[in-house]
Design a protein around this ligand. Structure first.
Ligand code: ADP
Ligand code: MG
Length: 227
């Protein structure tokens, strides 16, 4: 298994002593390398929390997240930084591109934190990724010169620059119109197929969720197969 999650729980405590929110109440999940999965569920059901815990951007209260058999809770500070920058890739609803940098420079941003020998091959890889997302002719353009769909494709290229095993996409089409949303999911499916990157996509749209091989729903803090 590439990813194994066991009995993850998380509660947000209200700072003013108000009611605590039990967001995750025993999330279990197993994914083999190369699989695709979507997570659906109403707003506030904990979808982002699950992705953030898997990506080590947030911590659960209890439970385990094993990636390639390693418990991410047990990584030391350096291993954790490497995990966040090279084992997982993230795409969010908003692209978070740097407006003053070119498309090519934006795709290279996640390589600034990795050791130099790995960094040197990155430029060629960035160009190749931008070609794969259909933007090879726009390398030196700035985000402001691109459409919303194109900007999100740059974010996809950026998420893959360090060749992550696991791509975590949190409502990646949330800011796009229907046509561009469908195209972005086409792209994610294609990248899963050609690059074997394991993909978890959170989405509100059932027709997009169904493009993944498996759809799970977050209900009462647990991930269950959709009815
Ligand atoms: P989703 O992505 O499904 O919309 P989230 O994972 O963002 O849901 O949030 C799940 C629940 O946890 C929501 O009720 C939200 O208000 C609450 N929550 C999220 N982050 C925090 C936080 N940092 N502090 C307190 N409550 C939070
Ligand atoms: Mg969310």
């Amino acid at each position: 298994m590439l990813l194994e999650i066991r009995n993850l729980t998380k509660t947000y405590r209200a700072p003013d002593g108000g009611d605590a929110v039990d967001v995750l109440r025993g999330v279990d999940l197993q994914m083999a390398a190369g699989e695709t999965l979507s997570i659906v569920g109403p707003s506030g059901s904990g979808k982002s929390t699950v992705l953030n815990v898997i990506g080590a951007l947030d911590q659960a209260d209890a439970g385990e997240v094993l990636v390639d058999g390693r418990d991410i809770e047990k990584l030391n500070k350096n291993e954790l930084a490497a995990y966040r920058s090279t084992t997982v890739g993230f795409i969010f609803q908003l692209h978070h591109l740097l407006p003053q940098c070119t498309i090519l420079e934006n795709v290279l941003v996640p390589t600034l934190a990795v050791p130099k020998p790995q960094r040197e091959a990155a430029r060629g890889r960035a160009e190749e990724l931008l070609e794969a997302v259909g933007l090879k002719h726009r390398l030196n353009h700035r985000p402001g010169e691109l459409s919303g769909g194109e900007r999100q494709r740059v974010a996809v290229a950026r998420s893959l620059i360090n060749e992550p095993k696991l791509l975590l996409a949190d409502e990646p089409t949330g800011a796009l119109d229907r046509v561009n949303a469908a195209k972005l999911v086409d792209l994610l499916v294609e990248l899963n197929r050609t690059r074997k990157v394991t993909l978890i996509m959170v989405t509100h749209a059932p027709e997009l969720a169904e493009r993944m091989a498996r759809v799970l729903e977050l209900v009462d803090g647990k991930l269950i197969a959709q009815a």
